[in-house]
Design a protein around this ligand. Structure first.
Ligand SMILES: [Mn+2]
Length: 319
């Protein structure tokens, strides 16, 4: 399959689509392809996050954010865990889908390649372009996807570290420059207020030696999750209500993942029977749909507690 993708990509002229609320890894892997193959364009029809937008401009790439009424025939979908992450879009039947999440059904194309052994989609993109030669600019772009999706190497494996080392060599970019990009984000007042409100509204429960926290905010739910881990939660769920719809973010510390927490599984288990969409990674996942954010958060807290018990990581409380 990877050979077939290389052959098709080398013809050039592809529109590279990023998932809803596109992140740094999505932009990074799209950049690797766009900087390698001729005449490609990048589009984020369902939005792009602030950090990812900053990366695109730092790389000098334009990412089209308009909603697409009509798709061209040649589409590449990148870093997108499921078709639901491209709301309102049906990709053409011969589209190329390149990813690093657990493979799913429903893309409706034979050109689907996902390598879940890779911690970032940028590494997958690098593997694809490798026989053609990894250009300096492409190597530079890929460093950011690896840094982002490994959580600054916390979730890295030997493969992602090797890839990072190789890309540092090719690009001439220092790891410090990559770290700097991420620490650069101004902590704007709306993020700080969301964190404080998240802390004010937080509930937590103890399960053995683990603390599971839950809260509700009006914005920046992913950031609030991370802040809750800093405060002392091992697992955090944060909901955001938006009229009839909600979104939910979750994060877990690595030792909680090792003790049996899998946020991707929790999201799927809670979302599926209720007609919501959810998924992600063991240590970071999200969910969304029509319904009550607080109810969804409570289901997640309960499921996380059960998961720890099933994994034998906490003793059944008898009192
Ligand atoms: Mn990714």
């Amino acid at each position: 399959m990877i050979e077939e993708l290389r052959k098709r990509l080398s013809r050039g002229g592809w529109l590279i689509l990023l998932h809803a609320n596109a992140d740094v890894d999505a932009v990074s892997s799209a950049a690797v392809l766009a900087l390698t193959y001729p005449s490609c364009a990048i589009a984020a029809p369902a939005g792009i996050n602030r950090e990812a937008k900053r990366l695109a401009s730092a790389l000098g790439l334009s990412v089209d954010e308009v909603e697409l009424k009509m798709l061209p025939g040649k589409v590449v979908v990148i870093d997108t865990a499921s078709p639901e992450m491209l709301p309102g879009i049906t990709v053409p039947p011969d589209s190329l889908v390149i990813d690093h999440h657990a493979p799913v059904d429903g893309w409706g194309t034979q050109f689907y390649y996902s390598d879940p052994t890779k911690t970032s989609c940028a590494e997958v993109a690098i593997e694809i372009v490798r026989p053609r030669g990894i250009f300096k600019e492409a190597a530079h772009a890929a460093l950011f996807g690896i840094m982002a999706d490994t959580g600054a190497f916390r979730h890295a494996n030997a493969g992602s570290l090797k890839a990072f080392a190789e890309l540092v060599e090719i690009s001439g970019t220092s790891p410090e420059q990559v770290f700097e990009f991420f620490s650069d984000i101004p902590d704007d007042i709306s993020v700080r207020i969301a964190r404080l409100k998240g802390a004010q509204r937080m509930h937590f429960q103890r399960e053995g030696n683990f603390i599971i926290g839950a809260s509700q905010v009006g914005a920046h739910e992913a950031d609030v999750c991370k802040a809750m881990l800093h405060l002392g939660c091992d697992v955090a769920f944060v909901g955001r209500q938006e009229e009839a719809d909600f979104r939910l973010s979750s994060r877990a510390k690595q030792h909680a993942v090792e003790a049996g927490i899998d946020l991707d599984k929790i999201m799927r288990k809670v979302a599926e029977p209720l007609g919501w969409q959810g998924g992600g990674h063991p240590a970071a996942a999200g969910m969304g749909g029509k319904g009550d954010a607080e109810a969804a958060t409570n289901f997640c807290v309960q499921t996380a507690g059960e998961m720890l018990k099933e994994a034998g990581s906490i003793k059944e409380q008898t009192d």
